[in-house]
Design a protein around this ligand. Structure first.
Ligand SMILES: Cc1cc2nc3c(=O)[nH]c(=O)nc-3n(C[C@H](O)[C@H](O)[C@H](O)COP(=O)(O)OP(=O)(O)OC[C@H]3O[C@@H](n4cnc5c(N)ncnc54)[C@H](O)[C@@H]3O)c2cc1C
Ligand SMILES: Cc1ncc(C[n+]2csc(CCOP(=O)(O)OP(=O)(O)O)c2C)c(N)n1
Ligand SMILES: [Mg+2]
Length: 568
């Protein structure tokens, strides 16, 4: 039986197990939209195509399944660029389908023609321009295989209008993608598991650095088994949060620019770093010339290109983490590293005194308190989707994630505007999960149009705006490094509670800590979306902070005893 290219597209998506897509129609993708009505697919109409890509991304990060976004040619496709780059930087598997002008018009500057495969070449794992219906099935099936295999990432399939309209027979067996990752082959110079295990067994001050790859390879249990058997503490990256339970006694917390002071000191004192599914981002290492100079280093990453890229290591293993750990485990000796763990306790020093959580309610509303209260009130069980800025770092520090895939955040690209749409994707992927957005007043204003999507889809997504009246993270840099010259960082916004109400969403404002619990509980109980405008301390600062490029142990610490900011 002949199918149109448009029908083949949906048939292929259904065969890939797709049930939900996020999109926005237009001329060049209209044949596909028309055919969609014949297939069991839920289409979520977004308000901006950037939102569609972040939703697909949030869907993927929350569930591990490939997220799908769809848009028309030209401006529809270019609006996707930021979301695709975001997914690329954080290795999130999404497939973007774009309509393209008719194949005979390509290159003629036709209406809404843009070379989207050219534009997205450096920000996709792979992309396709499909000009014939015969090529739709192979391209779409392969796109899914590429997106989810090896190191996951975004793939774009651009389909001309005539390829959607014309018909052909499809041989689904022949179209089946048969990808074999080159990663399966060991290369000369690859580290041997015996070398890794020998270093682990001999180490006195080993430290595991656990990244996003832990969740992507589903190695959560395996990494704990290694840590527990050999008594090795673990530090996590921002994107590794949740891969190891925050409450596990061996989990020290986050490393890096805004990581815990004792974690960064432990890295500098360790004699062995075991880096698992993390890529030594510059936010993690600080100055690489002085990074962990006392430590031998083992690095396991499924992407060979990450090995010896930012940090030179002694044993580099290009392999899926879970299978690497399975190979190591029988040879890992039970260990007692109590001396090292006591040393780390010492490194904690006066951190507890400095912790803002120990500051009694003084009438000010601090973002860190709001987030800690949110953690307590949700029993730590929510999927929290954050935007980018100070609130993102406070979330990482003060919401204790015990569950895998329960923190969704843009790390590598640091994309403001990510949170609200990504949370919609997360809620669609996991309708039973309690989903909270933690977003700044700046980032919220970038994609707040997606509140309408929430309403149209009847989604129960709660939004906590951490409203400090500033582009706070940039203001913080100006405070520290530009002598408090606040160029272009004071920010006004609308009355967010009223704005929410205009969308038909419950909106409320909170200005005192005593009001936090009731606002959160009301939002949770309502069973519908809610927006809470937390009007927090305006000139608050994220501590500790390793200035960009500085040595990891040279952090700016919270002044102790805590000094007041702003009006005081
Ligand atoms: C304002 C701001 C501040 C930040 N501050 C910090 C900070 O203080 N600390 C911090 O940690 N980050 C911070 N970040 C985030 C930082 O920029 C990086 O995004 C983050 O460190 C990356 O973490 P990762 O390497 O674990 O994840 P990714 O960048 O996602 O890398 C994961 C790695 O795992 C590998 N992998 C994937 N699947 C597998 C598998 N199956 N087996 C083996 N390997 C696999 C991938 O190839 C990749 O190399 C900040 C970001 C922002 C926006
Ligand atoms: C799209 C985009 N533009 C600019 C930036 C640079 N930037 C990083 S954090 C930040 C401030 C964010 O302000 P807000 O959303 O209010 O969050 P806050 O830091 O105040 O918590 C800016 C402008 C960015 N990360 N993303
Ligand atoms: Mg702000």
């Amino acid at each position: 039986m002949k199918l149109t290219g448009a029908q083949i597209l949906w048939e292929a998506l259904v065969r890939e197990g797709v049930t939900d897509v996020f999109g926005y129609p237009g001329g060049a993708i209209l044949p596909a939209y028309d055919a969609m009505l014949g297939y069991p697919i839920r289409h979520i109409l977004v308000r901006h195509e950037q939102g569609a890509t972040h939703m697909a991304d949030g869907y993927a990060r929350a569930s591990g399944r490939v997220g799908v976004a769809i848009a028309t040619s030209g401006p529809g496709a270019t609006n996707m660029v930021t979301g695709i780059a975001t997914a690329m930087m954080d290795s999130s598997p999404i497939v973007c389908i774009t309509g393209q002008v008719g194949s005979k018009l390509i290159g003629s500057d036709a209406f809404q023609e843009t070379d989207i495969t050219g534009i997205t070449l450096p920000i996709t794992k792979h992309n396709y321009l499909v000009t014939r219906p015969e090529d739709v099935a192979p391209a779409v099936l392969e796109a899914f295989a590429v997106a989810r295999s090896g190191r996951p990432g975004p793939v774009l399939v651009d389909i001309t209008k005539d390829a959607q309209q014309l018909s052909c027979e499809v041989d689904w067996d022949a179209a089946h993608a048969d990808l074999r990752e080159a990663i399966d082959d060991a290369l000369p110079g690859d580290g041997d598991y015996r070398d890794a295990v020998a270093l682990i067994n001999a180490a006195e001050r080993p430290l595991i650095l656990a990244g996003h790859g832990v969740m992507q390879s589903e190695a959560e249990r395996d990494i704990l088994a290694l840590a527990e058997r050999a008594h090795i503490p673990i530090a996590v990256t921002l994107l590794g949060i949740g891969g190891v339970p925050a409450s596990h006694p061996l989990n020290l917390g986050m490393m890096g620019m805004h990581g815990e002071a004792w974690v960064n000191h432990a890295i500098q004192e360790a004699d062995l770093l075991i880096a698992l599914g993390m890529r030594f981002d510059d936010r993690v290492t600080g100055n690489v010339k002085t990074y962990a100079l006392n430590a031998k280093k083992i690095h396991v990453d499924i992407d060979r290109a990450e090995l010896n890229k930012n940090v030179r290591v002694d044993v580099a293993i290009a392999r899926d983490l879970r299978s690497a750990l399975a190979e190591w485990m029988p040879h890992v000796a039970p260990g007692d590293r109590s001396a090292w763990l006591s040393r780390i306790s010492e490194l904690k020093g006066d951190s507890a005194v400095r912790d803002i959580q120990n500051l009694p309610d003084n009438g000010h509303l601090y973002a860190a308190h709001v987030i800690n209260d949110l953690w307590r009130l949700t029993d730590g069980n929510a999927v929290v989707v954050t935007d980018v800025g100070q609130h993102q770092m406070w979330e990482a520090q003060y919401y204790k994630h015990d569950k895998s895939r329960s923190l969704i955040t843009s790390g590598g690209l640091g994309t403001m505007g990510f949170a609200l749409p990504a949370a919609i994707g997360a809620k669609v992927a996991r309708p039973d999960a309690e989903v909270w957005v933690v977003v700044g007043d700046g980032g919220f204003q970038m994609t707040m149009c997606e509140l309408a999507t929430i309403v149209q889809e009847g989604l129960d997504v709660n939004v906590a705006i951490i409203n400090n009246g500033y582009l706070g993270m940039v203001r913080q840099w100006q405070e520290f490094f530009y002598e408090r010259r606040y160029a272009a960082t004071p920010l006004i916004g609308p009355d967010f509670a009223k704005l929410a109400q205009a969308f038909g969403i419950h909106g409320t404002a909170v200005t005192r800590r005593a009001e936090v619990a009731e606002a959160v509980e009301t939002a949770r109980r309502s069973g519908r979306a809610a927006v809470i405008d937390f009007q927090v301390e305006q000139e608050d600062t994220v501590y500790p902070m390793v200035p960009a490029g500085a040595d990891l142990h040279k952090m700016i610490r919270r002044p102790s005893p805590i000094v007041e900011t702003a009006a005081d």
